[in-house]
Design a protein around this ligand. Structure first.
Ligand SMILES: [Zn+2]
Ligand SMILES: [Zn+2]
Length: 318
């Protein structure tokens, strides 16, 4: 089923936490989007550089960051496609080609559907198989890795325990990465109130919580918004696992974010530079990928993306 050529073998030594608010004192199912290699010849680096020039006109350059936004607080230099190539990025290979999703906790039926759909979206976005593992119970997590938040009274799970004890030791051999979704809120340790997610890019594992994305069971718009947020978070963080740094030039899914409101204001699509990185890392057919993203977005109400994707398809299909 796999047709990826091995490329680079170095693991990036990145450890990044994004979409974090710091308030305190300070395999049962699968999706396969991969096409046989005979149907498509991966784009060369010069061809990818050409797509960057072609797509530039439909992308929005970022202005000065507003107070409170990520780039107002973080000094980041960004990463061009050329800089990405020089960093010897982690890519899909013949041996590491599948994304695994591990649900942890008690999800209501709507949340289970969100995980299912987000996994499908990941599979399209990264043009690789995604397998959803059997749900793990929170009962397996020891009391030392759980707490009730002292002010809010909600259940929280300790991210370091989940990453080090539950995910890293269980990384499947053919996994490009293993990501977990939790029903409960997350916290990374003393001094923190909560995090949306946490990842170890060196270990290729990450964990993200659905608990702050609204209750998708309450009404159709809440479901749509929760799906959009989950898809955005999962693809942003998985993008980091492909060695992509934060985007500082364009409105792009790889922008850093300081809050849910800031993240909501950002697109789920990629800018021309980050798009080239993902196509390089996954060896995907950009037109097929965009067609599938359009179909998914139309079917599930990710309406903000549709116009951009249709314009991008027109440009790339020329
Ligand atoms: Zn990030
Ligand atoms: Zn970008």
């Amino acid at each position: 089923m796999q047709s990826f050529l091995p490329q680079f073998k170095l693991s990036p030594r990145l450890t990044c936490v994004s979409l974090i608010w710091l308030f305190s004192t300070m395999a049962s199912q699968g999706f396969c989007q991969q096409q046989p290699a005979t149907q498509f010849r991966p784009l060369s680096v010069p061809a990818l550089k050409k797509t960057i020039k072609q797509l530039k006109p439909i992308n929005k350059l970022l202005g000065e960051p507003q107070p409170g936004q990520w780039l107002a607080q973080q000094k980041e230099s960004g990463q061009s496609f050329s800089e990405y190539l020089r960093s010897r990025p982690l890519t899909l290979t013949a041996n590491r080609h599948t994304l695994y999703v591990q649900p942890i906790g008690n999800f209501n039926p709507s949340q289970r559907e969100i995980i299912q759909l987000s996994s499908e979206y990941l599979s399209i976005y990264f043009s690789c198989p995604v397998k959803i593992l059997s749900t793990k119970s929170e009962d397996e997590i020891p009391a030392t890795a759980k707490r009730i938040h002292p002010s809010w009274g909600n259940q929280q799970l300790l991210t370091s325990y989940l990453l080090e004890k539950q995910l890293a030791p269980n990384l499947p051999q053919d996994a490009f990465a293993l990501i977990a979704f939790t029903a409960s809120d997350l916290w990374p340790g003393d001094g923190w109130n909560f995090v949306f997610g946490f990842a170890s890019f060196r270990e290729r594992v990450g964990v993200w919580s659905l608990s702050r994305f609204g209750d998708p069971a309450s009404d159709p718009e809440s479901f749509r918004r929760c799906l959009e947020r989950t898809c955005k978070l999962a693809t942003h963080e998985t993008g980091h696992m492909f060695s992509i740094k934060h985007c500082t030039r364009y409105a792009c899914n790889m922008q850093g974010s300081n809050s849910l409101a800031e993240s909501d204001s950002q697109p789920t699509h990629l800018c021309p530079e980050c798009h080239a990185k993902i196509i390089f890392a996954t060896q995907a057919d950009p037109i097929k990928r965009i067609n599938k993203l359009i179909s998914f977005s139309q079917k599930h109400g990710l309406n903000r993306e549709i116009n951009f994707l249709q314009e991008a398809r027109e440009i790339l299909d020329d």
